[in-house]
Write a protein that binds this ligand. Structure first.
Ligand SMILES: *[C@@H]1O[C@H](CO)[C@@H](O)[C@H](O)[C@H]1NC(C)=O
Ligand SMILES: *[C@@H]1O[C@H](CO)[C@@H](O)[C@H](O)[C@H]1NC(C)=O
Ligand SMILES: *[C@@H]1O[C@H](CO)[C@@H](O)[C@H](O)[C@H]1NC(C)=O
Ligand SMILES: *[C@@H]1O[C@H](CO)[C@@H](O)[C@H](O)[C@H]1NC(C)=O
Ligand SMILES: *[C@@H]1O[C@H](CO)[C@@H](O)[C@H](O)[C@H]1NC(C)=O
Ligand SMILES: *[C@@H]1O[C@H](CO)[C@@H](O)[C@H](O)[C@H]1NC(C)=O
Ligand SMILES: *[C@@H]1O[C@H](CO)[C@@H](O)[C@H](O)[C@H]1NC(C)=O
Ligand SMILES: *[C@@H]1O[C@H](CO)[C@@H](O)[C@H](O)[C@H]1NC(C)=O
Ligand SMILES: *[C@@H]1O[C@H](CO)[C@@H](O)[C@H](O)[C@H]1NC(C)=O
Ligand SMILES: *[C@@H]1O[C@H](CO)[C@@H](O)[C@H](O)[C@H]1NC(C)=O
Ligand SMILES: *[C@@H]1O[C@H](CO)[C@@H](O)[C@H](O)[C@H]1NC(C)=O
Ligand SMILES: *[C@@H]1O[C@H](CO)[C@@H](O)[C@H](O)[C@H]1NC(C)=O
Length: 502
């Protein structure tokens, strides 16, 4: 049966290649050996060189087998095809990696990509095979230490020049200053740092991609989109230790037209994160749609949390989602919030003074050990919409932890003990709540708070809020409480603030 499937897969791969009508360069022809041990760096680089010489669309074929190699650069017009049962395995020899300038100061001036697409166009990574970078695979590989208290693996620091402590590890795939890059069907596994990083690029497609990392591995992001535009991520599954998808501004150029749909995500950090974190983060981020996403067994679900820079974050739509979030322990950022929106400064030097406007959440079913959190402060949060959203608050994880308001990284207080409210909202201008259902589930926890805890919100509009709070219940009763009111308040302070701005 396996053999039959394998033959079928091989036939479909060959069919696919045949219909492409392009020249195919097989890495075996340059002496590659797929035994998982032989170092194929030189032979695969030779194959890629032959493909580069074409200066026209062509394919580099990695056939079935386990091919160990150092870093590779994939040039324009090349389809890098990983056949069924092909593994491209990243070498752990630091001298096989070279510095590529990074845009993110928190991971140092250098990136050390295993695969690099740089100033290129029309690059495709395809096929049923996999890329494996070996973080804790086999178990213990690239692991310095296991910390049981936080269930965290501490990675080995590589002897790479010019990287910052705690991120001296290769990123798996870096795409920079490129266009028309597509990843289809492939599986990417066990990255020691971020898995796929897209920097200053456009027309990017992820379709039917699987990204799998060790859930206990720090900085194991799935996809990091940095100052890029016209991006579609669809029909894909991501399971990682750090954020599954992080959309970040680290520079002055704008990010827009980003669609993420039909996804399954699991993260020990955030499922989807939108953020700015650099002095240079001045680019606007807007027109993004996230739909039909299922997030489960995750720490923080949807997160919009700029911390450094300026710029405008606007017109974000999150719809048709199911989200399940639980406690993972405080060494991981996040305390089980299904939806988390904060505009805060990282510290006194690293300030966020941008604007966040027009963010919509609709048709969302959430179950969390924590509630929703919305918090402005140094920035303006304006027009946040929740419609047809239900939230069930319960306790099911066995992490012993008092829930906190978690603002990391931020000016003090970063973490403070707090009760779990259904929706905690503070320092926001324009909050619209329509058809909201919040239910607390027995057994009642000592930290259960209120359905709504809203303060310093100007222009608050609530329509049809259903609340079932065990605090109000005698046991066995089902007791829904409807809170229906319209409050429109304009603080003089806020008016004065806006006038100042103008
Ligand atoms: C890619 O292929 C096209 C032809 O399809 C050609 O015009 C272009 O110059 C090629 N790009 C590079 C960098 O070779
Ligand atoms: C897949 O490749 C491995 C070698 O990496 C080999 O042992 C195995 O037999 C292959 N499976 C099939 C179905 O050919
Ligand atoms: C690492 O790679 C370099 C250059 O290819 C080689 O000289 C060295 O022996 C390798 N080290 C190990 C431990 O394999
Ligand atoms: C991806 O996989 C699907 C389903 O197996 C197949 O129909 C499609 O042709 C594949 N696409 C590529 C580019 O290999
Ligand atoms: C790397 O560090 C060396 C000195 O340690 C410095 O001369 C060089 O400019 C640095 N390179 C980068 C890319 O930062
Ligand atoms: C993603 O996961 C779903 C649910 O487990 C599955 O149906 C789907 O085929 C997976 N997609 C890929 C690309 O593997
Ligand atoms: C948005 O990006 C997609 C690719 O992800 C592209 O096909 C589409 O044309 C873009 N839309 C606009 C209005 O530019
Ligand atoms: C800020 O962005 C500009 C334009 O991309 C670049 O030239 C400059 O080096 C960046 N500065 C920092 C500190 O990254
Ligand atoms: C999360 O969803 C995936 C499918 O996407 C499923 O395989 C997995 O069992 C779920 N995990 C939990 C803890 O519910
Ligand atoms: C708000 O964002 C939505 C997309 O979520 C968009 O359709 C709408 O035009 C935006 N409204 C304004 C006033 O920009
Ligand atoms: C809010 O801003 C004030 C003034 O900048 C600062 O003192 C405070 O620490 C901030 N709060 C948070 C949670 O960042
Ligand atoms: C209310 O929130 C605004 C930001 O929206 C902030 O500037 C202001 O200081 C807050 N006022 C109080 C009394 O906390």
């Amino acid at each position: 049966m396996t053999k039959f499937l394998f033959i079928l897969c091989t036939i479909s791969a060959l069919n696919f290649l045949a219909t492409q009508k392009t020249v195919v360069f097989n890495i075996l022809d340059d002496g590659a050996i797929g035994d998982g041990v032989h170092d194929n760096t030189d032979s695969i680089r030779r194959t890629i060189l032959r493909a580069t010489d074409q200066q026209a669309p062509c394919t580099v074929l990695v056939p079935g087998g386990d091919f160990l190699t150092g870093s590779l650069e994939i040039p324009s017009n090349v389809t890098f095809y990983l056949a069924a049962n092909a593994t491209l395995r990243a070498s752990d020899n630091a001298s096989h990696y070279s510095c590529v300038p990074s845009m993110t100061s928190d991971t140092g001036p250098c990136d050390y990509p295993f695969l690099l697409v740089d100033h290129a166009h029309d690059v495709h990574l395809r096929g049923e095979g996999r890329i494996d970078a070996g973080a804790n695979s086999p178990p213990g590989h690239l692991v310095h230490e296991y910390r049981p208290a936080s269930n965290m693996l501490i990675p080995t620091e590589w002897t790479l020049p010019n990287c910052s402590y705690y991120s001296c590890r290769p990123k798996l795939l870096v795409v920079r200053y490129s266009s028309s890059v597509e990843l289809t069907n492939i599986t990417i596994m066990n990255s020691p740092l971020w898995t796929v990083t897209i920097v200053e690029s456009e027309n990017i497609l992820f379709d039917r991609v699987t990204i799998v990392g060790d859930r206990r591995w720090p900085n194991n992001d799935g996809i990091d989109l940095i100052n890029s535009r016209h991006v579609t991520i669809r029909n894909s599954n991501i399971t990682t230790g750090d954020d599954c998808i992080a959309i970040m501004s680290h520079g002055p150029s704008s990010m827009f037209n980003i669609t993420v749909e039909n996804m399954n995500l699991q993260s020990t950090s955030a499922g989807i994160k939108v953020s700015a974190y650099e002095r240079n983060s001045t680019g606007d981020m807007y027109d993004m749609v996230f739909r039909n996403v299922r997030i489960n067994d995750t720490n923080r679900g949807l997160c919009v949390a700029p911390r450094w820079g300026t710029g405008r974050i606007a017109n974000l739509l999150f719809e048709q989602m199911s989200i399940e979030t639980r406690f993972f322990g405080l060494d991981w950022w996040g305390t089980a919030e299904p939806i988390y929106i904060t505009g805060l400064s990282a510290n006194a030097e690293r300030t966020w003074t941008g604007l966040m406007r027009n963010v919509t959440f609709r048709h969302i079913v959430a179950r969390g050990e924590q509630g929703f959190l919305i918090r402005g402060n140094t920035s303006i949060l304006q027009d946040i919409y929740f419609s047809n959203v239900s939230l069930t608050i319960a306790r099911w994880s066995n992490v012993s932890e008092h829930p906190s308001l978690d603002y990391r990284p931020s000016q003090e207080p970063q973490m403070s003990r707090a009760n779990v409210d259904g929706l905690f909202a503070m320092d926001t201008n324009g909050l619209y709540l329509e058809n909201i259902e919040i239910e607390y589930v027995e057994p009642k926890q000592y930290y259960y708070g209120q359905c709504l805890n809203i303060s310093n919100v100007t222009q608050l509009i609530e329509t049809n809020i259903q609340c079932r709070n065990v605090n109000f219940l005698t046991s066995g009763q089902t007791n829904w409480k409807t809170i229906d009111k319209i409050v429109i308040v304009f603080f003089f302070v806020i008016l004065a603030f806006f006038i100042n701005l103008l």
